[in-house]
Design a protein around this ligand. Structure first.
Ligand SMILES: NC(=O)c1ccc[n+]([C@@H]2O[C@H](COP(=O)([O-])OP(=O)(O)OC[C@H]3O[C@@H](n4cnc5c(N)ncnc54)[C@H](OP(=O)(O)O)[C@@H]3O)[C@@H](O)[C@H]2O)c1
Length: 428
């Protein structure tokens, strides 16, 4: 190893360019903090010669990121291409096999292949660092693996997709419907090429799967997550939740109960006055709870050139300082298979439905809930047409199984006009 830490950066898009800029702008600061010079040896992207608004002439160029990963003058391979298969995965594996440390911002890669990559890296004695993969500029991984290392983690929560939070808060503040705000996001370039990654909860789910693995010492298992997007949230839901003192968030929750691991990324209601309820626009928030520390709340930019590159460079600095940690906070061989909880922790639920405007319709629904062991906390009826009566019910704590049974039984009553919407009210 030379005294200079030599980087090979694959991917020169938003995050790659941001990373190059920090290496160039803060060179003296980085050396002062790590005791070593940090330099870029070589870079790679799809299109050579593109003006990327940053000086690249001093670096060698590789068309193939795998070749970059194997170069002798690269100590740390920085993967900023993206995608859970293809060039990103090939190049990360090549770097590990060549004995290089890896820094990546790629949540999809870690959520889908984290365990096998961790085993591969540990077998070669190299590190994989990925602070930028979860909540962009927020040092959530560092907080969990290092700051809270003395705690048993009891719960991890997060609003970790800025686009979804932007959509939900814009619907709220401007009184605009989902489709209109979605179209606005498309125009502003806020959405991934495949927007279901954002609004379908998949991108945020990748991040939650990574956090859950670290928090609970389990193998990262994206498939075990229960995921629901925000596509069915209407302006009525937003307004009615507000009416009841709540905000709707696409919230990730992972917790270990006596029944096993619960991990879900779903839209749910949180109290308006809570830190999560107050979170506006594209900002992210990660909430960590430990048996000794209680609750800590981290808030900041979850994406963008500067914030994400800031997290990439935090990992590079740790490697320059010689700080090496197991990929998911403990050796890959010690990580357990996650045992999914047989039942979610009971919670109050928000139920929105439209009933036929006939005497006794609401009583039928109340009876179904009662038969399923669910009691009603609050109920409101909103302005109705000649045929339909929109109704909102907030239940006391109930299990998801009881709620699902009640929802199924409601269909048999003949008083529903449309499919009811049920959202969990999370105690935060
Ligand atoms: N953007 C964010 O705010 C953000 C936040 C957190 C995490 N991330 C993660 O960071 C990673 C990069 O995201 P990004 O937004 O910077 O993506 P991006 O702007 O789309 O950039 C991707 C880069 O990869 C290069 N690339 C694509 N295919 C390649 C190939 N076969 N060989 C070599 N280079 C290739 C592209 O080259 P060309 O430029 O020549 O096309 C481009 O420079 C992703 O994993 C993403 O999930 C991003």
């Amino acid at each position: 190893m030379s005294t200079t830490l030599r980087l090979g950066i694959a991917g020169l898009g938003t995050v790659g360019v941001g990373t190059v800029k920090i290496v160039q702008r803060n060179a003296a600061l980085l050396t002062a903090r790590t005791g070593r010079e940090i330099a870029i040896s070589a870079v790679s992207a799809r299109t050579k010669g593109l003006d990327r608004g940053v000086r690249l002439n001093d670096y060698a160029w590789e068309d193939d990121p795998v070749a970059l990963a194997r170069r002798d003058d690269v100590d740390v391979f920085v993967e900023l291409i993206g995608g859970d298969e293809g060039p990103a995965k090939d190049a990360v594996e090549a770097a590990i096999d060549a004995g290089k440390d890896v820094v990546t911002a790629n949540k999809a890669l870690l959520a889908m292949h984290g365990q096998s990559l961790a085993e591969r890296a540990e077998a070669k004695g190299v590190s994989i660092r990925y602070e930028a993969a979860v909540a962009g500029g927020i040092p959530a991984i560092k907080a969990l693996t290092e700051g809270l290392a003395g705690n048993e983690i009891t719960r991890v929560m997060g609003v970790m997709n800025g686009t979804c939070n932007y959509i939900l808060t814009r619907m709220q503040s401007a009184g605009m419907d989902y489709q209109t705000v979605f179209a606005e996001c498309e125009e502003l370039g806020y959405l991934e090429a495949d927007p279901t990654l954002d609004v379908g909860g998949i991108d945020a789910g990748h991040k939650l799967a990574i956090l859950a693995a670290i928090a609970f010492g389990t193998k990262v298992d994206f498939g075990a997550l229960s995921i629901q997007g925000i596509e069915r949230i209407t302006i009525e839901d937003i307004e009615r939740a507000t009416d009841m003192g709540y905000r709707i968030k696409l919230l990730g929750v992972a917790q270990h109960s006596g029944r096993g691991l619960e991990a879900r990324m779903t839209p749910c209601l949180v109290p308006e006055a809570s830190p999560l309820g107050q979170l506006e626009g594209p900002t992210n928030m990660v909430v960590l709870e430990g048996d000794s520390v209680g609750q800590i709340v981290l808030r900041g930019a979850g994406a963008g050139e500067g914030p994400t590159a800031s997290a990439v460079m935090a990992d590079v600095c740790d490697l320059a300082r010689g700080i090496r940690l197991p990929v998911f906070g403990q050796p890959a061989s010690a990580l357990r298979e996650p045992v999914a909880s047989t039942q979610e922790t009971p919670a109050p639920f928000y139920l929105r439905m439209t009933l036929v405007d006939k005497p006794g319709a609401l009583a039928r629904i109340a009876a179904v809930l009662g038969e399923c062991g669910i009691s009603i906390d609050r109920m409101r009826q909103y302005g109705h047409s000649s045929t339909d009566a929109p109704v909102l019910i907030v239940t006391h704590k109930a299990t998801r199984d009881a709620l699902d049974a009640a929802m199924a039984a409601m269909h048999g009553t003949g008083v529903l006009v449309s499919e009811p919407v049920a959202l969990r009210i999370e105690e935060v």
